[in-house]
Design a binder for this molecule. Structure first.
Ligand code: HEM
Ligand SMILES: [Cu+2]
Length: 637
């Protein structure tokens, strides 16, 4: 304390524009060089890495999808063996769910949420870096195992007893189970960061009812992650224990129960689809407001729907288990709750339609993807309400009808908004625009390709084709529809190739974007594109839900933050009143080292329980390095 009194620290109110900007840049920048890059704790650097890595996994998962569709294009093809097919559909489903869909949404949040709430970095930036590394190692671990022919082959939900030691004595289910642990640790870390960033680091004046809808969506998602992920980590860890040290969690002959697996899995698995879909709705709301040229109709309704969806999503997991012989009352209850959740989703859709109706829509590529989303997602919702009914589900369970249904909701509900989001935020992230004409081609190929690929699967399911079969005979009459579906898949895949071409072309020679190319209303567009390391030279004061539309000339700002060290402004939870200036951690190599130690621990414990013992000291050492107190001044009021 005495030191502080001795010398006045330099604050941002003592500097002019350019001086301030250069000083802040120096304090907040990521160290240069390869080693420096490994130390980065900048949410934009980590977010970008996260997004690119998740898209690489989309590419890998997509290649597997095409490989499956080649095998199924005609009867009795021998392109893939049954064993390879099992590994491939498991790898496809697991990659898409755990390495693409959830991480990519979190990645966008890591990049965008701090910008949107007007702060300089995410909360717990080192944890953020750790989260990325752990996700990367988990993904590589799964794919390297697959390359070594120990890729999991028990389906993306790895049901026992199939995944038990008795029926699958290889290491394949262990690989799956540990991949889960990696990715869920990463997801939980990001969830905590998002919640704290939104609750404590919003710009002054951004009261709860001025938070952008995308941020609200990510906040609700973060809570879902916190409550859902532990369930599957418990499940996968007890599976490993059963397999490795002979516990009997899932063994009915010794008092365990195989259905315990299904309950634990789906208590996570159903909220999981909302963990993927709710961020999609946030993207949709952001894009719609900008291109309909008006705020989304019914802001409070949308938020309440998000929260209601979040709560309800934990009350319907048993609809995945209708054919396990439930008591009738239970089946009725879970049918009702499954249908109930269509209500808040429907409300949101009406709010979006009203926004379009009442706005002056500009049909640029991001908006096209949003409209594609509405059409496809509603179709997926319809087949969803169908399978919520026990008699229908009993009929179509484990058929291609279900494969059609969940691709409609997953790709319609998450991938379409996501590609729209790529077109929308790419200029902010890279400083360059994507080509609009390629974008239109991208959209139409995706929309047509998707429907041709997946609509016929409904019919295939209804005429009896089961999922997870590696081939079928000619006399089944499934050949034509399968061929059609495979053709559609190729068109759909081409649309992604076009996106890649567009991205590469734009990175080389795209038009420069400027700060706010779409004339959008939220704070991320108040920064240069791409944003500088400190995000904002001066922290804005928010007086309106759409600050850039209503305070357009010059945003009011707060002054008084240090320009000698990394500092963020903490504000109160509801009213966002300034409370305290807090130091924000500097770059560090320890998150990476901790992640390496953790990875060795996780992978080692597939082979021997002793890994838990010898795996701990390196982690402890890494954590001590991570938390070693640096000399920083105390936080000030
Ligand atoms: C190029 C686009 C895609 C195509 C052509 C495609 C195709 C397929 C096919 C044919 C199956 C069924 C395999 C079988 O039951 O024999 C399947 C399963 C699955 N797909 Fe996709 N898919 C695509 C994209 C996606 C995306 C984006 C996601 C998630 C976000 C996803 C999630 C899943 C899941 C969870 C399964 C279940 C795997 C299992 O049964 O264990 N797919 N996909
Ligand atoms: Cu469900």
């Amino acid at each position: 304390m005495t030191q502080i009194a001795e010398r006045r620290e330099l604050r941002d109110d003592g500097l002019s524009g350019l001086q301030l900007s250069t000083r802040l840049k120096n304090i907040w920048r990521t160290p240069s060089g390869f080693f420096g890059a490994l130390m980065s704790v900048d949410h934009k650097v980590v977010g970008r890495r996260y997004i690119v890595t998740a898209f690489v996994f989309l590419l890998l998962g997509g290649i597997l999808a095409i490989v499956m569709r080649v095998q199924l294009a005609g009867p009795e093809k021998t392109f893939l063996s049954a064993d390879k097919y099992n590994q491939i559909f498991t790898m496809h489903g697991s990659t898409m769910m755990f390495l693409f869909a959830v991480p990519v949404m979190e990645a966008f949040a890591v990049y965008l949420v701090p910008l949107m709430v007007g702060t300089r970095n995410i909360a717990f930036p080192r944890l953020n870096a750790f989260s990325y590394w752990i996700f990367l190692f988990g993904g590589c671990f799964l794919w390297i195992s697959f390359a070594l022919n120990v890729g999991p082959d028990v389906g993306w939900f790895a049901y026992v007893p199939l995944s038990s030691l008795q029926y699958t004595p290889t290491k394949r289910p262990d690989v799956w189970a540990q991949m889960i642990t990696f990715t869920e640790v990463a997801a939980l870390a990001v969830a905590v960061e998002i919640i704290v960033t939104v609750f404590k680091q919003r710009a002054p004046g951004m009261t709860l009812d001025r938070i952008p809808l995308f941020v609200w969506a990510m906040l609700v998602t973060a809570f879902l992650v916190m409550f859902a992920m532990p369930s599957i980590m418990v499940a996968s860890t007890s599976l490993i224990l059963d397999r490795l040290v002979n516990t009997r969690f899932y063994d009915s002959s010794s008092g365990g129960h195989p259905l315990l697996w299904q309950h634990l899995f789906w208590f996570f698995g159903h909220p999981e689809v909302y963990i993927i879909f709710i961020p999609g709705t946030g993207m949709v709301s952001a894009i719609l407001a900008t291109f309909a040229r008006r705020p989304v109709v019914g802001y409070p309704i949308v938020i309440l729907s998000l929260i209601a969806t979040g709560f309800l999503s934990f009350g319907l997991w048993v609809h995945h288990m209708f054919v396990t012989g439930l008591p009738q009352l239970g089946a009725g209850l879970f049918t009702a709750s499954s249908m109930l959740i269509a209500v808040p989703s429907g409300l949101q859709i009406f709010c979006w339609l009203a926004t379009l109706w009442d706005g002056r829509p500009v049909y640029r590529t991001p908006l096209l993807f949003v409209i594609g989303f509405i059409v496809i997602f509603v179709l997926g919702g319809l087949s969803g309400v169908m399978v919520a009914s026990v008699p229908i589900d009993t009929q179509v369970h484990d058929t291609y009808f279900v494969v059609a249904h969940f691709h409609y909701v997953l790709i319609g509900g998450a991938v379409f908004p996501l590609i729209g989001a790529v077109y929308y935020w790419f200029p902010k992230i890279t400083g360059r625009m994507l080509s609009e004409s390629l974008g239109r081609w991208n959209f139409w190929l995706a929309f047509i390709g998707f429907n041709v690929a997946f609509f016929p699967m409904h019919i295939l399911g209804l005429i009896g084709m089961p999922r997870r079969v590696y081939t079928y005979t000619a006399d089944m009459d499934w050949a034509h529809l399968n061929l059609l579906s495979s053709g559609g898949s190729v068109i759909f895949a081409l649309s992604f190739a076009l996106l890649l071409v567009n991205v590469i072309h734009s990175l080389r020679s795209g038009a420069l974007a400027g700060d706010n190319p779409w004339d959008a209303s939220t704070l991320e567009w108040a920064t240069p594109s791409p944003p500088p390391p400190q995000n904002f030279d001066r922290i804005p004061i928010v007086k309106h839900r759409d600050p850039l539309w209503f305070d357009n000339e010059s945003l009011p700002v707060v002054a008084g933050l240090s320009v000698e060290r990394r500092e963020v402004l903490l504000t109160s939870l509801a009213e966002a009143e300034p409370q305290i200036r807090e130091a924000s951690p500097a770059p560090s190599i320890w998150p990476l080292l901790t992640a390496i130690a953790t990875a060795i621990f996780f992978i080692g414990s597939i082979f021997t329980p002793w890994a838990v013992l010898w795996g701990t000291p390196p982690m402890a050492i890494a954590l001590i390095g991570w938390f070693w107190p640096a000399k920083t001044r105390e936080d000030e009021e």
